[in-house]
Design a protein around this ligand. Structure first.
Ligand code: MN
Length: 277
């Protein structure tokens, strides 16, 4: 099953790729089931966004299905995502996780294409440990590995409210960080001037709105905060985007997957250059 309304397109502006990987998830695994759950949930929502006043019929995007990452080590997973995105050439990747580790592969590919790439991380957790359970590549270290290739002054963190003292000290060097999603105008203006990779960890949202995640954290964003942010992505030069850490086994009502599908729809509709020629 493909994402809502997806049809084959010769040169889609946006390419959806599922990355069903959750091998380093320590507390509660299950995000490998998320790409299928989000696609299934997408069948329950409308193709039209009354807020953006655009319809999925107005844009070109393609759902290429899932990367085959069964049995991969985290390092192999990162390489597989990186190589797949390199092969996509100019089309904008929209990744459906899987755990947060997948972001590293996307950033490695896109930072090579855009040396001035900025990264916006919307997340409950800092994800800045240097190692976690003896691993250098994991969902808990992913943004630290991103820092190996992207300068901290190119980084924005929003929604973050959990991490160690050491991780928060590292995040102090970022261009901007906030436990909410209140990105000020000066930072938006800065973002508008460079290619941006956006990674959205579903646990940034409050567990009330998105209970189906591996590591829920109280005091999160409301769904409408995040949707408001996503609808503004048309102001930016978005180079790529991911939505990670939806965990269907912890989503008995299915509402986390429906919200994820809605975020994906609004992102496709908001992103610049997706209009049909
Ligand atoms: Mn995360």
């Amino acid at each position: 099953m493909a994402f809502l309304g997806s049809r084959p397109a010769a040169r889609p502006a946006v390419t959806i790729l599922g990355v069903p990987f959750d091998a380093t998830s320590t507390f509660r695994a299950g995000s490998r089931q998320a790409p299928a759950a989000i696609r299934w949930a997408s069948q329950s929502i409308e193709t039209y966004s009354p807020v953006l006043r655009r319809d999925l019929d107005d844009v070109t995007y393609a759902d290429l299905g899932d990367l085959d990452v069964a049995g991969c080590t985290p390092e192999q997973l990162v390489d597989a995502v990186r190589d797949r995105i390199r092969a996509l050439d100019a089309t904008l990747p929209l990744l459906l996780g899987g755990e947060h580790t997948i972001t590293l592969g996307a950033v490695l590919a896109l930072q090579q294409r855009h040396p001035d790439l900025a990264v916006v991380q919307v997340d409950a957790h800092t994800d800045l440990r240097d190692t976690y359970e003896d691993r250098r590549v994991s969902h808990a270290t992913v943004m630290r590995r991103v820092l190996d290739v992207v300068a901290p002054t190119q980084m924005i963190q929003a929604g973050v409210r959990a991490g160690t003292r050491e991780e928060f000290a590292i995040a102090q060097q970022f261009r901007y960080r906030t436990p909410r999603l209140d990105i000020p105008g000066s930072i938006w203006s800065w973002l508008e001037q460079r290619p941006v990779y956006v990674t959205i960890d579903m646990d940034a949202i409050d567990p009330a709105d998105a209970p189906g995640t591996g590591n829920p954290e109280p005091e999160g964003l409301r769904a409408q905060d995040l949707l408001g942010f996503v609808r503004r992505l048309g102001l930016l030069q978005v180079a790529g985007l991911d939505l990670v850490e939806v965990s269907p086994p912890y989503d008995p009502s299915g509402r986390t997957a429906v919200l994820a599908a809605t975020i994906v729809r609004e992102a496709i509709l908001a992103i610049k250059g997706a209009d049909k020629p």
